[in-house]
Design a protein around this ligand. Sequence first.
Ligand SMILES: [Fe+2]
Length: 268
Amino acid sequence: MSTTLLNHPMVTHEQWENFTQTDHNTWKLLFERQSLLLQKRATQEIILGLEELEICNNQIPKFSALNSILERKTGFTIVPVKGLFPDDLFFKFLSERKFPSTCFIRKPDELDYLEEPDIFHDVFGHIPLLVNPIFADFMALFGRKGLEAYHAGMLKFAATLYWYTVEFGLIQSTNGLRIYGAGIISSKGESIYCLDSEVPARIKFNALRAMKTKYHIDSFQRTYFVIQSFQELFDALRNLDWEEVKKTCMLFPEIKQGIILNDQEKIS
Ligand SMILES: [Fe+2]
């Protein structure tokens, strides 16, 4: 199975040598900007992950170097790919503890706007949490559950859950609200907005509620779901039965972003 996946035409070879000095300078700029900003905004596990993986400002990291640490910690490896995957294939990779990452970096004139994920988003945003054993288990489980969703005709719902957790999730810590979603972690503007703005609704995480909430791919979110711990996230996913989800989801319409439905949804 693993060998077949690695032979997929979307998989490529790491060609780190092809990065130019301009590319490395872009990484340095993004790394330094986000590291400073995230000191008191990101969940501690991300700061620890960056340190453990020795991801730093001086150059774009090599997947081979990251993998030698990551694989030892949680069995995950980064697989270089040519671009965005269809969701079912992406989940297949996750189920085998393989994280597909793009191999290009944005241009200096598009630091804050990207049409599709680049290596800064994939590596700086996603990889540090894969060092955490519970989060790594959650991601591998997401792969298996995502494939189940595909076979149950529920892929859209699994993708929405992924969006509101892995990409745009917030977590309650002893130091207050913190960011863990990679889509926020790799964005300067949303790192500030998601915690400081009065515009978005920040509500208690509920998997069904998240799956029924509309999301926007071209603007900051107006709803964020807040978890208490990664264990809560893992347990919620483990308990999902797609046939049950299908029945429940049929019962109520899609929910607009930016609203709190009742007091139970409010975070303290
Ligand atoms: Fe992502």
